[in-house]
Design a protein. Structure first.
Lengths: 143, 429
C-alpha cells in the first residue's frame, strides 16, 4: 500500500530544476506532485509521477543522482483539520515523520498528503486502523 | 656564522659532511644500505662538491622507517619528538637531541635577529604550539635572544589583539594569513596599528607572495619577513629573510642547500629553478642526506647587500608534488581520498578548492560528488554525511574544512589523472 517517490539531488545552480523538468517531459513523464527542500549548497527534489520507472531512467540518463523512495499517499478531506487528523494518526503511535507534502486532487473534494516515515508498515497499519484511505501506486498515478 | 668567509664556510661544510656520512653509515641501517647500494664509502667524501655522490632521502624513506627508524641516536638521547602529516595515514616523525634543540634555538635566533629582534623585545608567538614545529621553534629562538616571549599560540584573535596592545608586542610570529586576520580583526576593533610598538613580523609555514607582504605591512605597520623551514630538516630556522627582503638566507653551515632538476635529479646551475634539497649534517637525532623537499625555488648566489655570506634561495614558488599547505597544515589529496573512502565505502569523485578568504585565512573546501549509494531523500542524512566527512578530516588532519556536496559529473574529469586541486590563492610572485 505504498507509493514510489522519485528523489533527485540538485545543486543550487540556476537552471538545474528546469533541466530535471525538461528531462521528465521528454520521457513523457507527467508530474503529479513535487516538493523541494534546500540548503545553501544543494536541494532535494521529490517527485510523484505517473511513471516512476520511466522517470528514474530518464533522469539517471541525464546525469542526475536519483533514488526511489517508498512513501505513503493518503487521501483526506479537503477541509480545515483534514491534515491534522491524518498526522495525529501517525504521530500518536510514536512514529516519526521525516517529511510530508500535500496537494489538492483534481476533483477538488479531497486532498492528498504524501508521507515519508521511518517505519512504513507501522504507519500504514496506524492509518488503516484510523480509517484513512491510502492510495495505491496506480491510484496515485491516475490522479 | 652568517658572515663567515665563504672559503672557510666551504671547508666547514666539507668537514661536517664527512663526519655526517661516516656517522649515518655506522648508526642508521637505512643509510648503510643506501650508501652500499650506491657504491659510496664514507671515505669517498672529501670536499663539499662530493655531496652529489650521495643518495637522496625522501619523505617515503621516513615513512618506511616510521616512526624512529631513521634516528641516528638511541631514544635515551632523544628529548623531543615532533610530527607533521605524511602523504598517507602515517605522519612524518622527527626527533631532537638536547644538542639539536640548542641548534634549533640558535638558527631561530639568527632568523629573528636578522629582523632586528634583541633582548628587550616582546615577542608574540602566534604559531601553534604542539606537534607542529612552528610554535616551539620560534619560542626557543626568541628565548635564546633574551626577548620576552608571549606563547599565545594560534587563534582567539581578539585576545591576541588585546595582548598585543596591553603588553606592547614588538615582534609577531605567525602564518602570513593569520597576520592578515589579525590586521582585519584589529581594524574592526578600532586598533590603530600605527600607534602600536609592533616593529617586525616573521611569517612562514605556508606559501605567500610579494603582494601579501605589502598588504600585511600596510595593515600592521611593521616589516613582514618570510621565514622558511620544514620539520624534516629542523622546523622553522632553515632559511630567513633579512631586512633587505630579497630572498631567504640559508643557515648553510647546518643545512646545505642544493637545487636539482626534479625529473633527472641532476643539480641545476645556480639561479635556475628546481627542487630544493637539503643535507642536515649537524643534527644528531635525525641527520638527513640530500633530503628532497619537493619545494621549488632557485639559489641566489650573489651576496646580499646585508653582508651575510650565506647563500639565499628565492621565496618558494611551488611544489613538485600535490601537497597543499593550509594554515600551516600539510594536506595531501591522498589523505582526503582515504577519508572519503572510509566514510562512503567507495572513492567518490572529489575536488579540493583552496581559497584565501577576504579576511585572510586560507580555507579548504572539499567538493564531493553525491553518488546514488550515498544519496538520501532526507536532508538530515545528507547533512550528517557532510558533517561526518568534516569531522573525520578534522580528526585526522587537525584542519577544519568546508564540505560541499555536488552533483555527479560536475567535477571536471580529464583524460588522464583527475584534477583534484584548484588553488585560488594569489601566490603570484
Amino acid at each position: 500500500m505504498t507509493a514510489v517517490q522519485i528523489s533527485v539531488f540538485l545543486e543550487n545552480k540556476s537552471g538545474r530544476l528546469a533541466e530535471v523538468l525538461r528531462a521528465a517531459a521528454q520521457a513523457g513523464v507527467n508530474i503529479r506532485a513535487l516538493s523541494l527542500a534546500e540548503t545553501i549548497d544543494y536541494g532535494v527534489l521529490r517527485l510523484i509521477v505517473d511513471k516512476p520507472g520511466e522517470a528514474r531512467r530518464s533522469l539517471s540518463d541525464a546525469g542526475f543522482t536519483v533514488s526511489e523512495t517508498e512513501v505513503i499517499a493518503v487521501e483526506m478531506p479537503d477541509r480545515p483539520g483534514g491534515l491534522a487528523g491524518i498526522v495525529d494518526l501517525v504521530t500518536k503511535r510514536g512514529l516519526n515523520i521525516e517529511y510530508l507534502y500535500a496537494f489538492v486532487g483534481r476533483r477538488g473534494e479531497n486532498a492528498i498528503v504524501v508521507f515519508r516515515v521511518d517505519d512504513v508498515s507501522a504507519a500504514v497499519a496506524a492509518l488503516q486502523q484510523g480509517g484513512a484511505r491510502i492510495l495505491s501506486a496506480s491510484e496515485l498515478a491516475a490522479i | 656564522m652568517e658572515f663567515m668567509d665563504r672559503g672557510r664556510l666551504r671547508a666547514l661544510q666539507a668537514e661536517r659532511l664527512r663526519e655526517c656520512v661516516k656517522r649515518v653509515y655506522e648508526k642508521v641501517p637505512h643509510y648503510r644500505r643506501k650508501l652500499d647500494a650506491a657504491g659510496v664509502r664514507p671515505g669517498d667524501i672529501r670536499g663539499i662538491e662530493d655531496i652529489t655522490l650521495l643518495p637522496f632521502t625522501s619523505k617515503e624513506d621516513l615513512r618506511e622507517n616510521y616512526p624512529f627508524g631513521m634516528f641516528a641516536v638511541p631514544m635515551e638521547e632523544v628529548v623531543r619528538i615532533h610530527a607533521s602529516s605524511g602523504t598517507t595515514g602515517k605522519s612524518t616523525v622527527v626527533g631532537y637531541t638536547r644538542a639539536d634543540v640548542a641548534l634549533w634555538a640558535e638558527v631561530m635566533a639568527r632568523t629573528l635577529g636578522a629582523g632586528g629582534t634583541q633582548a628587550g623585545d616582546v615577542v608574540q608567538n602566534s604559531y601553534g604550539y604542539g606537534l607542529f614545529t612552528g610554535g616551539l621553534g620560534a619560542h626557543y629562538g626568541a628565548e635564546l635572544i633574551g626577548a620576552s616571549v608571549i606563547p599565545t599560540s594560534g587563534g582567539q584573535t581578539k585576545r591576541q589583539l588585546q595582548i598585543m596592545q596591553d603588553f606592547g608586542s614588538t615582534v609577531l610570529c605567525c602564518t602570513p594569513s593569520y597576520a592578515l586576520v589579525i590586521g582585519e580583526e584589529g581594524k574592526e576593533m578600532g586598533v590603530n596599528f600605527a600607534d602600536l610598538p609592533l616593529r617586525v613580523g616573521f611569517f612562514g609555514a605556508e606559501p605567500w607572495s610579494q603582494s601579501m607582504r605589502q598588504e600585511i605591512e600596510a595593515a600592521l605597520h611593521c616589516h613582514a619577513l618570510d621565514i622558511y623551514g620544514l620539520s624534516e630538516i629542523i622546523g622553522p630556522g632553515v632559511g630567513f629573510e633579512c631586512l633587505e627582503k630579497s630572498g631567504l638566507h640559508i643557515n648553510e653551515d647546518h643545512f646545505y642547500p642544493e637545487v636539482i632538476d626534479p625529473t633527472s635529479s641532476e643539480p641545476v646551475p645556480d639561479g635556475e629553478l628546481g627542487e630544493v634539497v637539503f643535507t642536515a649534517f649537524t643534527k644528531e637525532a635525525l641527520p638527513l642526506l640530500r633530503y628532497r623537499t619537493r619545494d621549488i625555488s632557485r639559489i641566489i648566489a650573489e651576496q646580499c647587500p646585508c653582508g651575510r655570506t650565506v647563500r639565499r634561495i628565492q621565496r618558494v614558488t611551488g611544489r613538485t608534488d600535490d601537497m597543499l599547505i593550509i594554515r600551516g597544515v600539510n594536506v595531501f589529496p591522498s589523505q582526503i581520498e582515504e577519508i572519503l573512502m572510509r566514510v562512503e565505502g567507495t572513492t567518490p569523485n572529489y575536488l579540493l578548492v583552496v581559497d584565501r578568504k577576504p579576511r585572510g585565512l586560507d580555507e579548504l573546501e572539499v567538493e564531493v560528488e553525491v553518488s546514488e549509494q550515498v544519496f538520501s531523500d532526507e536532508m538530515s542524512k545528507l547533512e550528517a554525511l557532510s558533517e561526518q566527512i568534516r569531522s573525520e578530516i578534522d580528526n585526522m588532519l587537525g584542519l577544519r574544512v568546508a564540505v560541499r556536496l555536488v552533483e555527479p559529473k560536475s567535477i571536471e574529469r580529464s583524460a588522464g589523472k583527475a584534477k583534484r586541486v584548484i588553488d585560488r590563492r594569489d601566490l603570484g610572485r
